[in-house]
Design a protein around this ligand. Structure first.
Ligand SMILES: [Zn+2]
Length: 280
């Protein structure tokens, strides 16, 4: 099998060496060179292997961070300080655990507030900004208590929690005031019934996104006297596009481009067309 080529190669290597002694020395030199080269290859190979292992370990431990499988060091019932408001239904908290400060982004379970910081700007609405302001007013820099349900993280790595401020569950409070709708994602369904009845009350009272008036918060800058002399403005017109909307529409113009009307008639006689989305 291997007997053929082996001696042939040896003879070839010996061939250019002229004398007997010289041949031996040459062979020894060649063997030494081969040994050195071999050792070098082994060393390089080992270095590559070690490097690859280190790289694999590193990427492996890093890739663990954003996955939902990771446990949080925050325990059920822990208190934390709200350090930042992301939007109406998402906050950042800082929690002291065994001498370390753990920062986590927390998404409220069971509710969905209108967008205010969505990368797609067209999805951000005036109501989204209001929901965000509402959460900020009540939670920023406050101490809250975290309550978990079945799954602790969502696909974005955010903690999923019920956020308690004293005896008030803020998730429910948001819905109660019309700043968020019920959004149920099994298996986190512990308080679904509380949320649904809060939403029913908010809807019946026309609060927040369900109606026109929000407790203690103006939906828009103080109503300018509308052209028809009305004092309450039920419709919002866009001075540029000449399209008018219900106040609850999610396509409201920027604050600077708004004009207010008390009635449909006023809006139409001012040369506006009704929005096709909210059909005022
Ligand atoms: Zn509209």
């Amino acid at each position: 099998m291997g007997s053929g080529p082996e001696p042939g190669r040896r003879r070839k290597a010996q061939a250019p060496v002229p004398g007997y002694m010289k041949g031996r020395v040459g062979m020894q030199m060649k063997n030494k060179q081969i040994r050195v080269t071999l050792m070098l290859f082994i060393k390089i190979g080992l270095a590559i292997l070690i490097g690859a292992l280190a790289l694999y370990n590193n990427s492996h431990s890093n890739s663990k961070k954003p996955t939902k499988a990771v446990e949080t060091r925050i325990a059920d019932g822990d208190t934390a300080v709200v350090t930042r408001i992301v939007d109406g239904d998402t906050i950042v908290v800082a929690c002291r655990v065994d001498g370390d400060t753990i920062q986590e982004k927390v998404r409220f379970i069971g509710v969905d507030a209108p967008e205010s910081v969505h990368p797609d700007a067209s999805r951000n609405t005036a109501l989204g900004k209001m929901a965000s302001d509402f959460t900020k007013k009540h939670l920023l820099n406050k101490v809250i208590r975290i309550e978990f349900d079945v799954s602790k993280r969502d696909q974005y790595g955010r903690l999923l929690a019920y956020v308690w401020s004293g005896d008030t569950m803020f998730n429910e409070f948001l819905v109660e005031h019309g700043y968020a709708k019920v959004a149920t994602f099994p298996p986190n369904v512990k308080y679904v019934e509380r949320f649904t009845s809060a939403q029913k009350r908010a809807r019946e009272a026309n609060k927040g996104l369900w109606g026109h008036e929000v407790e203690g918060v103006a939906l828009e800058p103080p109503p300018v006297k509308s052209p028809g002399g009305g004092t309450t403005s039920r419709y919002i017109g866009n001075v540029n596009s000449k399209v008018f909307h219900r106040k609850t529409c999610d396509k409201l113009p920027a604050l600077a481009n708004r004009t207010y009307y008390a009635t449909r008639k006023e809006a139409i006689s001012a040369g506006n067309k009704a929005c096709g989305r909210c059909t005022p």
